[in-house]
Design a protein around this ligand. Structure first.
Ligand code: AHR
Length: 331
């Protein structure tokens, strides 16, 4: 090849290389095709929360065509607001967030709306001034969860012939102002109004954690040990309350001791249910990632979506739970 021919060949080769895109692994979308999602998680206060984070991360993965920007707010609403503002500045395609509280979101969601970024809320609901401040909600009906617990307790007490005697209830609440707390609390308070023999002997915040519930239950037990029911707003709290009761020799048992009611139905919660220590565990399903993915994919295709998506949930009690149910549990 003479010098002139070589130069032409070399130029051609360089041009060709410039035009051909770098090969992508078959399963991964190219960076340009990826859907960028900013996800603000409230924290890592419970096993439920960790399972929820894992579900979102698994569904919005690189393999599924996403770039996920994850932020842990460490239980602070201000951190969530700051994270959402960062996502807006980065001009992400979608914002997903699990709001700590029901209120306080109007301004930041207005900013997201003005930037034209759809917001998908998961887990907990919020109260907003204008309907279109978020695109979709995927989560639980917390009031219904609480009502299931109340109906179950009414039935148990009726079977035990305890509709006349005083039923002394300790209530350990979740994070005050979160929709999970508001729904579960309002159901119990309604139950107490409906059943004249039910009495609230203590109501304290356990902040959805085992440590805080252990602490507040310990303080309650210093005031009274005359307790029939402990209604805890998640599994972590139930475990903390049980630890505190067992430490002072109180037995947790639906037939022959304190009736402990809990929410979430995590694997650990269900193990306590099988042992009879948690009498009823109402499910709260953290596996919301596939629902978020499905909604984003519909929005990408310009298809209509449901604005409110409530997840089906069940319940487990100490009389009917089996080891197989626990083995089948994914979280
Ligand atoms: O919002 C859901 C609640 O928050 C879960 O019951 C609890 O475990 C979590 O931390």
């Amino acid at each position: 090849m003479d010098k002139r021919m070589f130069a032409i060949f070399a130029c051609f080769a360089v041009l060709l290389c410039g035009c051909v895109k770098k090969a992508q692994p078959a399963t991964e979308a190219s960076k340009d095709d990826q859907i960028v999602v900013g996800f603000s998680q409230v924290g890592a206060e419970s096993e439920w929360r960790v399972a929820n984070t894992e579900s979102i991360k698994a569904a919005l993965s690189v393999e599924n065509g996403y770039e996920l920007i994850y932020d842990d707010a460490r239980q602070e609403q201000e951190n969530q607001i700051r994270a959402i503002r960062n996502f807006i500045q980065q001009n992400v395609d979608y914002i997903v967030f699990s709001p700590k509280l029901e209120t306080g979101w109007n301004s930041i969601l207005q900013e997201a709306k003005e930037a034209g970024i759809p917001v998908i809320m998961i887990d907990r609901d919020i109260i907003v001034e204008e309907e279109d401040l978020f695109t979709a909600y995927i989560g639980s009906d917390f009031r219904k969860e609480g009502e299931k617990a109340v109906v179950w307790l009414e039935n148990l007490l009726e079977k035990q012939g305890r509709t006349e005697e005083p039923i002394r209830i300790v209530h350990i609440q979740g994070t005050i102002g979160s929709s999970a707390q508001i729904g579960r609390t309002s159901a119990l308070e309604q139950g107490i109004k409906n059943n004249i023999n039910w009495e609230m002997v203590a109501q304290e915040c356990g902040d959805f954690t085992r440590a805080k519930a252990y602490e507040v239950m310990g303080a309650i037990l210093e005031q009274t040990k005359d307790i029939d029911v402990v209604y805890c707003e998640n599994d972590g709290e139930a475990l903390g309350a049980i630890d505190a009761m067992e430490e002072v020799g109180i037995k947790c048992d639906a037939n022959d001791g304190v009736i402990v009611i809990s929410f979430d139905a995590t694997r650990l919660g269900l193990e306590y249910c099988l042992k009879g220590k948690i009498a009823l565990d109402v499910e709260c399903n953290p596996q919301q990632g596939p629902y978020v993915d499905a909604i984003i994919q519909k929005l990408e295709r310009g298809e209509p979506i449901e604005r409110e998506n409530l997840i089906e949930e069940t319940q487990f009690d100490c009389f009917t739970i089996t080891q197989k149910m626990i083995d089948d549990r994914k979280y």
